[in-house]
Design a protein around this ligand. Structure first.
Ligand SMILES: Nc1ncnc2c1ncn2[C@@H]1O[C@H](COP(=O)(O)OP(=O)(O)OP(=O)(O)O)[C@@H](O)[C@H]1O
Length: 662
């Protein structure tokens, strides 16, 4: 098509677009461009049949525009030059315009000077939408978002050979400061050819924006965070500038996005500790207390885990004083409790509370899903308390048959039962005298026993079955449950007065899936299973990506299983149960190009990996066909093991024999 007929066609398209764009018409541009065409016609009175020459402002006006963004220009210089070196050989030029659309910095190839000047790709060019019509810079200013304006997306026919991509650069309060643009005089017809340009421009706009943010707040404390611990130092996405009380002074674009997801409309009305559900001290002490200078947090609204680090203000004496005041109150180290976690925000709270309460005689309620380590925590509280030389007695209220639980707990006198021990028996409550009684699954305790337990707690006296004289006991009770006790209270299945007796304070354990220190737990548990075995990176990735419905218990079982199967000193993803392999491949197939997937093929000794069938058979044989034991080891239910056996055509030997006999 000749230039003239292409221009005529373009004018017709714009005019027919008018006020009533027909969706799905392939001649029409994307919605965002369409909105701009409408503004050009309806608001600015531009006429597509009357092209306008490029307008270059005078030297004096240019200087005024440059002065207004002087600080940004200084900060942006390195980023702009770096971006230009990457795109120059591809035929692109680079423009930085101020928020009014005037090009305040330009980098292009001198040999194309005349052509570029004519096209408006020049220092001082006015790319405001009001003058130039739909274009990357002007439309980016109006729409406040990154875009590509490709060829006939432009309004003015004199621009329809160009391809331009622009991204906004905002100040720490979200106001537009400038626009970064890369443009080329010629390009392929397909708009998709510009996808890479769009990503690159957005990336550099963010770098420049963040550099500007850091410069503006160089005298304040900056909290930098990211969803990845490994990347936060080099590429922390979210930035928050803070005052000395932790109040947010400003946030970068990603930081403001998090605030808005958490329904915070005014960024300066919230403190960072509120946003991250933590103490101000947890933030201030990151650099001094965490080994890698990074700490995990969880955001209030989105429950997203964020790894944060601090950039401390230079030469700020009052900050240094404030810091040393806050850091003097250091949480004491208690190895028994400290070893239960590495860096997880929910665990940090729980462990700090446990440290403060461990010597008190207060009863504690431990809440958490099954397998999250409630008993392990109770044991650690006991071992770190003043009662550590006395007994720790654990009772699982759900595991003891209801008919036995009373005698087990309270004991009985001689002759109380036919078949009971002649001398009677000391109940578990009395066995815990002086020490700690851990009542697991307290929600399952029958109501009449709750009444008797309440009396023990209220009076410090236990009355064994058949006895007339109560015996004095001194116990501290740590109770645990995975169920909602307040619901049980409303249903009349749990005594409210007992709940208050038990609940001196509540300690909550997060699910394994929600923990930010999964890697630490994996390594510590593997160390216990077999210190000589190591995990290959593919196995670690699969374990980290898994959702862990059975929590730490399932993790422990999985590692025990993998260690038993691996027959060498290295566990790979192939040694994990089938659901890990499937899940792992699903995650990676979605994100890793085919050429890279080779790293997941099993390599050890060139042996084929054991199949799921072989692994299951091996496990069943080792447990002498005890399906319950296998289910326990795998952290799954018995029906699941039976289902897997059926799927793999595994028949227990007895079955086989009886089939053959019949
Ligand atoms: N921090 C930890 N470090 C190492 N092992 C742990 C940790 N927490 C829990 N475990 C292991 O996980 C398994 C389950 O722990 P525990 O019995 O304490 O969980 P629980 O929440 O009491 O479970 P349930 O609700 O089913 O009684 C145990 O084998 C325990 O040894």
């Amino acid at each position: 098509m000749s230039d003239i007929s292409q221009q005529r066609r373009h004018i017709e398209t714009i005019l027919s677009y008018g006020g009533h764009p027909v969706k799905g018409n392939s001649a029409f541009p994307p919605e965002l461009i369409g909105r701009s065409w409408q503004r050009c016609v309806n608001e600015y009175g531009l006429d597509p049949s009357r092209p306008r020459p490029a307008r270059i402002v005078t030297q004096q006006t240019l200087l005024e525009h440059q002065d207004s963004v002087d600080e940004l220009l200084n900060v942006a210089r390195a980023g702009v030059e770096q971006l230009f070196t990457q795109i120059a050989s591809l035929g692109y030029v680079l423009l930085l315009s101020d928020y009014r659309g005037i090009t305040v910095q330009f980098l292009g190839n001198k040999k194309d000077d005349d052509l570029l000047r004519q096209a408006g790709l020049y220092l001082g060019a006015d790319w405001s939408e009001q003058y130039a019509g739909t274009c990357a810079v002007g439309t980016c200013i109006q729409e406040q978002q990154a875009l590509t304006c490709h060829r006939t997306d432009h309004f003015d026919t004199s621009h329809i050979g160009l391809t331009c991509t622009a991204a906004p650069i905002k100040d720490p309060f979200g106001q537009l400061l400038a626009v970064l643009d890369i443009s080329a005089l010629h390009s392929s017809r397909s708009p998709d050819s510009q996808n890479f340009a769009l990503h690159l421009t957005q990336l550099y706009a963010r770098l420049i924006e963040d550099a500007y943010f850091l410069r503006r707040y160089r005298h304040s404390l900056i909290f930098k965070c990211d969803q990845s611990r490994e990347l936060v130092q080099v590429n922390g996405q979210l930035l928050f500038a803070l005052d000395e009380q932790g109040q947010i002074l400003a946030a970068n674009t990603a930081g403001r996005a998090l605030l808005s997801q958490c329904q915070v409309t005014d960024q300066t009305c919230i403190s960072l500790p509120n946003l991250l559900e933590c103490q101000w001290r947890d933030i201030l002490s990151i650099t001094y207390e965490s080994k890698d200078g990074i700490r995990a947090f969880r955001s209030t609204g989105t429950q997203q885990t964020l790894f944060g680090m601090l950039i401390e203000p230079t030469m700020n004496a009052s900050y240094q004083k404030h810091l040393s005041d806050v850091l003097t109150h250091q949480e004491e180290s208690v190895p028994e409790l400290d070893r239960l976690c590495a860096d997880d925000p929910a665990m940090r709270k729980t462990i700090n509370l446990a440290k403060r309460l461990r010597h008190r005689d207060m009863n504690l309620l431990i809440l958490g899903d099954t397998g999250t380590g409630k008993e392990v925590l109770a044991q650690a509280i006991h071992s770190s308390s003043d009662r550590s030389d006395e007994p720790f007695v654990a009772v699982n209220c759900a595991a003891i048959p209801e008919s036995l639980i009373e005698s087990e707990l309270f004991g009985y006198t001689p002759g109380t039962f036919t078949g009971g021990r002649a001398k009677g028996a000391k109940g578990l409550i009395q066995q815990a005298d002086g020490g700690t009684l851990f009542l697991d699954e307290i929600g399952d305790m029958p109501l009449h026993l709750q009444t008797r337990l309440l009396r023990v707690l209220a009076e410090g006296l236990v009355l064994p079955l058949g006895a007339v004289q109560p015996v004095a006991v001194n116990i501290r009770v740590l109770a645990a449950t995975h169920c909602d006790l307040s619901q049980r209270i409303s249903d009349g299945r749990f005594r409210e007065d007992l709940f208050y007796r038990l609940n001196g304070a509540t300690l909550k354990l997060p699910t394994l899936n929600a923990r930010a220190d999964k890697q630490y737990l994996i390594q510590t548990l593997l160390q216990k299973v077999n210190p000589k075995v190591r995990l290959r990176a593919d196995a670690m990735s699969a374990l980290l990506a898994y959702h862990w419905p059975g929590n730490i218990r399932q993790l422990k079982n999985t590692l025990t299983f993998a260690e038993a199967i691996c027959e060498s000193d290295e566990i790979t993803v192939q040694h994990l149960p089938e659901e890990f392999v499937t899940h792992h491949h699903q995650v990676h197939e979605a994100s890793v190009p085919l050429a890279q997937t080779a790293q997941y093929t099993p390599a050890v000794n060139n042996q084929p990996p054991p199949t799921e069938s072989a692994m299951l058979l091996d496990l069943l044989q080792r447990h002498h066909w005890n399906v319950s034991a296998v289910a326990r080891q795998l952290g799954v239910s018995r029906p699941t093991v039976y289902r897997r056996m059926a799927k793999q055509n595994i028949v227990p030997p007895n079955h086989w024999q009886s089939h053959h006999k019949s």
